[in-house]
Design a protein around this ligand. Sequence first.
Ligand code: 0A1
Ligand code: ZN
Length: 869
Amino acid sequence: MKDASPQTIYLADYTVPAYHVDSVHLTFQLHPTATRVTSKIAFRPNPESADRAFYLHGEHMKLISARIDGQPVDVSLTPDGLTADVPDAPFIWEAEVEIDPQSNTALEGLYLSNGMFCTQCEAEGFRRITYYPDRPDVMSVFTVRIMSDLPVLLSNGNPTDSGDGWAEWHDPWPKPAYLFALVAGDLVAHSDSFTTSEGRDVALNIYVRADDIDKCAFGMEALKASMVWDERVYGRAYDLDIFNIVAVDDFNMGAMENKGLNIFNSSAVLASPETATDANFERIEAIIAHEYFHNWTGNRITCRDWFQLCLKEGLTVFRDQQFTADTRDPAVARINDVNALRGRQFREDAGPLSHAVRPDSFVEINNFYTATIYEKGAEIIRMLMTILGEEDYYKGLTEYFDRHDGQAVTIEDFFACFGDDDPRLAGFSRWWHQSGTPHVTIEQAWQGSELTLTARQETPPSAQQQHKEALPIPLAVGLIDADGRDLTPTSVLMLNDTTQSWTIDTRTTTPAWRDTNASASDQQNSDASDAPTLSLNRGFAAPIILHADQSENDLLRLMAHDSDTFSAWEAGRTLALNTLGDMARGIKTPSDAYVDAWCLSLRSEDRAPAFRALASALPSTMDIATHLKSQGHTPDPQAIYDARETLSQQFAEAAQDSLQRLFAQHQVTQSYRPDAEQSGKRALCGRILGLITRLDGGAEAAKQHANADNMTSQLTALGCLIGTEHATKSLEAFYQQWAHERLVIDKWFGIQIGQAAPADASKVAKFLTEHEAFNVKNPNRFRATLGALAANTAGFHTAGGSGYALLADWLITLDGINPQTTARMTSAFETWAMWDSARGEKMRVEMKRILSTPNLSSDTTEMITRILG
Ligand code: 0A1
Ligand code: ZN
């Protein structure tokens, strides 16, 4: 068990490690219930530390023996480690411990997954393997000997020697313990090779169970593309002779960037056209890139302490977003990024879990692998690039790699590489320290042909930070005329103060913005229909909530014509939010102009199918609820659900005449490729099939479901059929067809719950938790079931509270098995204050019930306590 009274850890308390580690030798004698780990570690007192206390982390293990410089030593065991008296000079520590991988259901440290030994050491899993100073600023060179009868024995670095029943690995690059990895199993490899720009030949392998060998080719291509991209764009080449990826069925997160031995959740690497959807392929490509890019941003340069987590995660997410934008359609990629940011990070930042990208304190670091640290962290790097321009951005990055290679550093070290005193970056570091999403209100005023734009920013106070300062916000602004032509190129206006104004004379030949002090308030809004229209926050250059109060006409113009594809989508989304919000409140029906524009956009040959698929989708129930809340209304999830249904039906009827034609026109006839072009067409056809189903009761979808030769088409059709008379038969057929494929059965669980009508969702979820294929110990299956319930907003938030109770029951059960996944899933309750008081209270009651569970983990305790506030 963990320490019973978890401590809050403060950034301000950081001190350098008392000892350096010069080398680590580990020997593993693998056994399912009694693995012996022998360590031989060379310690050296750190002259920069005044502290001589010798402390090693260690949990969940039995100490067999300990020696210093060959002599047995007495140690004092603490609940989470040990202390000992040590010489005041370099010394060799040797210890033997015993651990039990089989009973390790937490999936941290060394554990067993379907007979395969594997490890997860980030953030603090290594301390479950042996006694060690388990902190990221202790970096060392590791040599690892694995003894086991299993045929494949892997660790970090390069293989150095092997024999019957053993293998040895050596990693020449100093690394913190969180990047340690070991795998042993009955595995087969999909192999390839790569020659780096520096001329190094690298062996590439994806290790999987034999059944999965046909699902590795795409991942391998993605890996090679990532290697090429990082050399081309960031000048970073790979640095070992071998790069291994292993697919594991039981894994808490997506994947892990262990040096030279990435371990992946099988859902984040295995794919074949028959078993994986286009969205799966795209996610796999992004995660492979992400983990590979960590080799430089995370591994070669790592974090000094866990408060700096965004240093590696925000930067690496930004790099994987750039890679996806380069590999696929950049506008579509950006829309997907922003949808994810709003859906997870804005939501987090608006509630009780709001925290800074670089927090000042935490209890359980595992609870800080958040959307804020990852996604907002990436947005900050994006803004850095927007403000500095590409050339200076890459110059700063090169400086960072040159200056800090081999070190464990801080956000300040990173930021200093861009020139501490660059006036363009004044105040920029606040983005890392201040939590909350800034609201920016835009007013426009016309005087003749002159337009004055006034921007005002405000970040609402949050529980941990009452006072918020103005942030430097890059506002990317365009101006388009009545025919939709750009009057100016996109201009980046820097909003540094609380309020600022800029003026532009729209009649000059090359209109340009200039700073003004003019207040917009005494001037007139233009109501001339031929006045130019502002296109705001183009490309979502800043992660802000914009209040621009643009007219329906302006939004329709932007939706149809904006040269910034992201902003065209954004205008359509704003129109949809306004419409659905009003419908949910029962105060308005959709305007004809909006419905016509939506039909036009579905048919528009000028835009890529992938874009049209996104543009024709309605904002999520949660997005609409958030929108209503920001307008001061209490959202009713059922009313929002009904509004979405009504509008979708209206769209289907309005577009009726063109649906079959569009559906036929965009069918993919070539053999399956998961690339941007084909997947865009399938996404559009999927949208259209949803509309057709509203009109034909599912006949077309049932046909597609029965005949599909790829998972995207099959699953899309199955999703359409839920709620129709074809549902039961199709779900049964799907299960029979795919019962042997775990990742496909996860989809089967997820789609039934995710697409269930509100009144059915928790009943379906409960029924499926009793299904023979449900497995509480497998995080993917648990998420596919209970996570899908939480994501079905109207279904989870039914007025009776059955969704809340079911989730709470299962989180209580899971906590004793896997605290990390339990804690992450408590965020389903983070929106309690958004709903009416009856719902909010029911959510609080369930959270208190969880909290009162005897022996609740510190992970879950921290999360629930923070959410309750
Ligand atoms: N560093 C990995 C994700 C990861 C984080 C934490 C984990 O356990 C607490 C596991 C994996 C990444 O960013 O991909
Ligand atoms: Zn990462």
